[in-house]
Ligand binder design. Sequence first.
Ligand SMILES: Cc1ncc(COP(=O)(O)O)c(C=O)c1O
Length: 483
Amino acid sequence: MQEKEFRQAGHYLVDFIADYLENVDKKPLFPDVQPAYLHELFDEPIPVHQLSLAQLQELLEEKLIPYCTHVNHPGYMGLITPSPNPAGILSDFLASALNQNLGAYSIGPAAVAMELRVIRWLNDLIGFDDKAGGNLTSGGMTANFIGLKLARDYTSHDRAQYDGMEKKWTAYVSEERHVSIDKAVDAVGIGRNNLRTLPTDDEFRIRIDALEKAIEKDKENGLQPICIIALAGTTNLGAVDDLHALHRIAEREACWMHVDAAYGGGMLLSAKQPDLLNGLSLADSVTIDPHKWFYAPLDAGAILVKDHRQLTKSFGLEPAYLTDQTDQKHDRYQFYVHGFEQSKRFRSLKVWSSFQHYGKNQIGEWIDGNVEQARYLHELATADDHFISATFPMMSATCIRYNAGELNDDQLRQLHHEVTTRIERGGQFWFATTSMKGKTWFRINPVNIHTTLAHMSNLFELLKQTCEEVLEEMTKQSLKFEV
Ligand SMILES: Cc1ncc(COP(=O)(O)O)c(C=O)c1O
């Protein structure tokens, strides 16, 4: 072991990261480079010769750092990947060094206790009592998958684990769902064609009348509801479904209620809107991603389950090679018996450390700051005749669209995509586009500790200017065709 070299390279790396975080706003947010260039840059066989750690660092500074998307940059407002908090960054470094494997107690006793505590904290935030449990996961995708598997097993009276799906089942969710729900219904054997994706109201919440009609029709055709999936913070807009109404229906139909709060779960820490997710505790399972709006570095998702026993019924296999013979008192918690993963990263360390270092109030203030930034952008767009905002943002996700000139929907789609591409090239901001109710929108989501209101006004000015520029070019172009 090269202790001296490790120490030197490690000190250098920490300084490097500190400088990086301090100066990231001066870098172009997105690299101006073609994918083919990057493939060529990394096109090399497995190395045969050795590099020192200092040479390795040099190589990373040359080949990796200039071509990153700098999510720490205050102008990053794209797909939901917040700026990671520094306590979390250091914790991940330590987690790799300790390499505790939380699948089994014997490979990380304190780590297992810490993970159980983090799960308890998240359950406390939801309002689940001490019967609750959960797993930290790679993210919302895996958490939603586990939620849907629990639904399948519970509603089939714990037969589906053994017999597979004997009946025809259906699941229900709004059209604003994240694609992880489609993947999850596929993975647990419900089937994508048996997922009913229902229309939303003006505030982008599932329409209860449409849900009732869909259930009635399915039951007439011999299909049985297996799960109602509520969204508490849609990916596009942070919309929150009527959790109370959905719970009443799930209870009546004797099926599972899963809530996807992968992004919106952050609002549980908000001091300004503490009741926005009221009703979350009615769910049977909830997805919350600490690596989204708790500002933990990737990866840290969570599935929280009201009755911990359902996790055990769903996953509880104990092969001989994993059984812990030294567990004489049977008090060692084995995550592998109560979850899907076997080898399991020490994800809770960064979440635990973030709460210890900042406290939940500070994290809540960052969240409230992001909501304020979104609302400011909404106001700017609403005050401008050429922009439309989809709705008043409940959280940080905002969708606005440009609507000047005589362009049809297809031309407006092209305009939005071209504007987004130009702004990406400019390197000051990054955001996505999306489609809702047949229209194309700029989807702007500040989930960054470093973003301020000034960044939002600069962004809006740049958007206006770029939209006008592209509109003018498109108009000239179509006049040319008409001539
Ligand atoms: C509502 C919602 N659910 C699930 C996911 C998937 O989460 P992950 O990317 O952590 O797997 C996302 C991601 O943006 C999301 O917005």
